[in-house]
Design a protein around this ligand. Structure first.
Ligand code: NOJ
Length: 568
């Protein structure tokens, strides 16, 4: 693996003393077992006082992640960007946005992470660019039919004067997926496709020039020493030839299945090409698919042996607090990913979805973001949600495979539900006229220190989204070393997960009362009471999500060393 402080020029670089542990016969492939912590750079730690997190801020706080016990860190985008979609609108894939720092800052961060034994995965956003990317600016300046426009999906409109969008595809963020441009002579012109915001034009991945450009971008970061890529919208790059109308009316609330704009077979040749590139490098570089596509055995196509290494298990994330549904999605996941030789992953929260403490507290999903408003039935019961969220996390961390944590969940942070409208920045909010709150509530900057400005997020007290006042009690320094805190529960779970080899194990379901769910993984029994009457769980306790004295109350998970009497 590359010494990140001195970017290598060759494509195969030697391991250095500061690299994370290499794979050996004893050490399993990290791409099958790692606990991966998602850093959302805007909201992790701000070193300058601007109110926006940055890369030196991450570097300064990496020790806390090593202390937590994770194996790897995934960074959401930090590339040069107008920040219309919080960095998922990239204008230069080979540079750091000035608000986040410099390439030298990045190299220093990578070096420090590797020195701590943490691998670093960066986000790659190939489906679209920013509208400020030089390619798109050139496309706007060029004529219809030009090579500049061919890199994107420009089409003539329908209707007598081309006044209607070329097809009926919706934007994920609301409204149509097409925007009309004004041509150089001032006349109303062609339309361009944007499956997300209008500031995020989709690239045309049938073009070899587009493919070659991303080959080069991947090598740029691999040569710097990154350990892999989380690939944004990995189900979206290929569109059905001719861009036909959708024959249904997809709403953002319905599970995404294969259609003219999602999950087209053409994406797989791109992932095989990327896999050949990462395989050229030493150090077990990883590719992780954000393929938000159902069902699971279809998603598993993204992690076939010559494609990516992992895919986010969104069906697991979206499963409610139900023993039957949870058992079924786990069986389905292990079968679907196992059938292609891939590990399953597990995830409960990320930067696009309401934090799982709040989702579970409500008992219903609010996938588009929750907030206080006229339609809101009431505020979530925060403490009961945290209790259930902790139980859900402890249940998840006993499962074999790889697990994802989203920054702040180790502090038990709930969704910030009462952000004022003027503070909201997610384009979803504006594109739907406020009908969908969007994702700002899970992106509020982290509390590090109870008694510092902005709870330690920034030296000046600035914060790009307001932090709830009661986060003082949730600050990391208020939880570290305090028995029973959420942070200590996560630390214990990660330590025991590693010590007991749970990531490389396999599970068998155990008999428990109705309303509960339990499995055994190696020597560890993981028992969750969702809503059964309290029942006894014998055995030596390794971890528990709430105080536990031998009888398991509802909304509680316990790990015990396996007692043969429990084996079902
Ligand atoms: C998925 C990312 O996770 C999300 O935050 C982003 O808005 C879209 N892709 C578009 O890039």
């Amino acid at each position: 693996m590359t010494d990140a402080a001195a970017p290598a020029t060759s494509q195969t670089t030697p391991a250095t003393a500061s690299s994370p542990a290499a794979r050996t016969p004893e050490a399993p492939d990290w791409r099958r077992t790692a606990v991966i912590y998602q850093v959302y750079p805007r909201s992790f730690a701000d070193s300058t006082g601007s109110g926006v997190g940055d890369i030196p801020g991450i570097t300064a706080r990496l020790d806390a992640l090593a202390d937590l016990g994770v194996d790897a860190v995934w960074l959401s985008p930090f590339y040069r960007s107008p920040q219309k979609d919080a960095g998922y609108d990239v204008s230069d894939f080979r540079d750091i946005d000035p608000s986040f720092g410099t390439l030298a800052d990045f190299d220093a961060m990578l070096d420090k992470a590797h020195g701590l034994g943490l691998r670093i995965i960066v986000d790659m956003v190939p489906n679209h660019t920013s509208d400020q990317h030089p390619w798109f600016q050139a496309a706007l300046a060029a004529a219809p039919g030009s090579p500049e426009r061919a890199r994107y999906l420009f089409r003539d409109g329908r209707g007598e004067h081309g006044e209607l969008p070329p097809n009926n595809w919706p934007s994920v963020f609301g409204g149509p997926a097409w925007t009309r441009v004004t041509e150089a002579d001032g006349s109303p012109g062609q339309w361009y496709l944007h499956l997300f915001d209008s500031s995020q034009p989709d690239l045309d991945w049938t073009q070899e020039e587009v493919r070659a450009e991303f080959d080069d971008v991947l090598r740029f970061w691999l040569d710097r020493g990154v350990d892999g890529f989380r690939v944004d919208v990995a189900h979206g790059l290929a569109k059905a030839p001719g861009l036909p109308d959708l024959d249904h009316d997809p709403t953002a609330d319905a599970p995404t299945v294969q259609s003219a704009c999602w999950g087209q077979d053409g994406v797989h040749e791109v992932w095989r090409r990327w896999r050949r590139i990462t395989d050229e490098y030493d150090g077990d570089r990883a590719l992780v698919a954000e393929a938000w596509i159902y069902p699971l055995d279809f998603m598993a196509r993204w992690v076939r042996p010559d494609e990516m290494h992992q895919a986010f298990n969104f069906p697991y994330m979206e499963t409610g607090w139900s023993p039957a549904q949870m058992r079924s999605v786990i069986d389905e996941s292990l079968a679907a990913f196992g059938a292609v030789g891939a590990p399953s992953t597990w995830v409960l929260s990320n930067h696009d979805i309401v934090r799982h403490t709040t989702r579970l507290a409500q008992g219903v999903d609010y996938p588009q973001g929750h907030g206080v408003g006229p339609e809101t039935p009431g505020l979530p019961d925060v403490e009961s949600g945290i209790r259930r969220g902790r139980a859900a996390t402890l249940f998840m961390l006993g499962l074999p495979g790889s697990a994802y944590l989203y920054q702040g969940e180790e502090l038990g942070l709930p969704e910030a539900v009462d952000l004022p409208p003027e503070a909201r920045q997610d384009p979803t909010f504006a594109r739907t006229g406020g009908a969908r709150y969007g994702r700002d509530g899970c992106r509020v900057p982290l509390p590090w220190e109870a008694d510092s400005p902005a709870f330690g997020f920034s030296p000046t007290g600035e914060s790009w989204l307001p932090q709830p006042a009661d986060w003082r009690t949730r600050a990391r320094d208020a939880q570290r070393g305090r028995p029973g805190s959420t942070l200590e529960m996560y630390r214990t779970a990660l330590r025991e997960r590693r010590a007991n080899g749970l990531a490389t194990g396999s599970i068998a379901w155990l008999e428990v009362p109705e309303g509960a769910l339990a499995y055994v993984n190696g020597d560890v029994a993981v028992v969750t009471n969702m809503f059964a009457a309290p029942f006894a769980v014998p055995g030596e306790v390794l971890a528990s999500s709430a105080p536990f004295g031998g009888t398991l109350a509802p909304d509680t998970t316990v790990w015990v060393r396996r007692d043969d009497a429990m084996a079902g």
